[in-house]
Design a protein around this ligand. Structure first.
Ligand code: HH2
Length: 279
């Protein structure tokens, strides 16, 4: 399995780290520190130094209860950061739900479009199809304002898996080749703690669809619920969750704490190698 994103190709013989660069005043974890474009660019460069394989740049908070951001405002936040980091040596992912911004991001140098709305807006898939950009299709139940009120599933793993497979097929029909399609169960997006745990346990089922799976667990409320820690103290729990996701087939980890995740993956890979030799 390979991942083709823009001018980059990944063999996926090791898990990739996607570092989060928020350009929002209200992100639940970065709390407006990176509002200014220059600060976001500096943060992105620091994450590359720490070992990020990709950067995910977002101008609209998607945390539970967050209000939508107008296209013009999102554009003002995100485009200068893409332009400044386009030559930084790693593929840039842009976290947006808006087809217009997807097109502009691709033109500005993005290599992956990450849509927490699963490319559900009219024209979203088409706005990426003609490029060589990859797509990350994420599952979400409901919208950010209401999604955590009462998420309902009969079988969360089967339902999320079936939905992701349908969306991947739709992306292929729109002209996006298989190796450009990443799938994501969307931890915390219209899911209770039990739903999130079931998805993490069952991640292999989603990986069996044959697309790289992205897992975004970093600093999320499920880590807070399990550890009792506020956002600023969720790094150890997030690293543990990242490793558990990798063990179950995750190919890309979307994380805030790149250096810590990198160290954990070094240990994991060393043990993996030993395991393969012993077998
Ligand atoms: N989670 C967040 C944002 N984008 N994209 C994907 N593919 N998967 C995720 O799990 C995911 C995502 C939320 O995290 P964060 O960026 O820390 O918060 P905010 O949305 O407030 O910027």
């Amino acid at each position: 399995m390979i991942l083709h994103c823009g001018k980059y190709r990944f063999a996926l013989d090791r898990p990739l780290i996607m570092g989060v660069v928020n350009v929002t005043p209200d992100s639940f974890s970065d709390g407006g520190h990176f509002l200014r474009a220059q600060a976001a660019v500096d943060h992105g460069r620091q994450l590359i130094d720490e070992g990020a394989d990709l950067l995910d740049i977002g101008g609209e908070s998607t945390r539970p209860g967050a209000a939508p951001v107008a296209l013009d405002e999102e554009r003002r936040r995100v485009l200068p950061v893409i332009e400044a980091l386009a030559g930084a040596g790693v593929p840039l992912s842009v976290d947006t739900q808006k087809p217009e911004l997807m097109r502009e991001a691709v033109a500005a140098g993005a290599a992956l479009i990450n849509d927490v709305n699963g490319f559900g807006a009219p024209g979203a898939l088409e706005s990426v199809a003609g490029s060589d950009c990859a797509v990350c299709i994420m599952h979400r139940q409901g919208d950010p304002l209401t999604m955590q009120q009462s998420p309902q599933y009969a079988d969360v793993v089967a339902e999320v898996d079936a939905w992701l497979r349908q969306r991947a097929a739709a992306a292929e029909r729109a002209g996006i080749t298989r190796e450009r399609i990443v799938l994501d169960p969307g931890f915390g997006f219209g899911k209770t703690l039990e739903h999130n745990l079931a998805l993490l346990r069952g991640l292999q089922i989603i990986a069996a669809a044959g697309h790289p799976v992205l897992a975004g667990l970093s600093r999320k409320s499920m880590i807070g619920a399990l550890t009792g820690k506020p956002v600023g103290e969720r790094m150890p729990g997030s690293v543990a969750a990242a490793l558990l996701a990798v063990q179950r087939g995750a190919a890309i980890l979307r994380v805030h704490d790149v250096a810590a995740t990198r160290d954990a993956l070094k240990v994991w890979r060393a043990v993996q190698g030993a395991y393969q030799v012993i077998r």
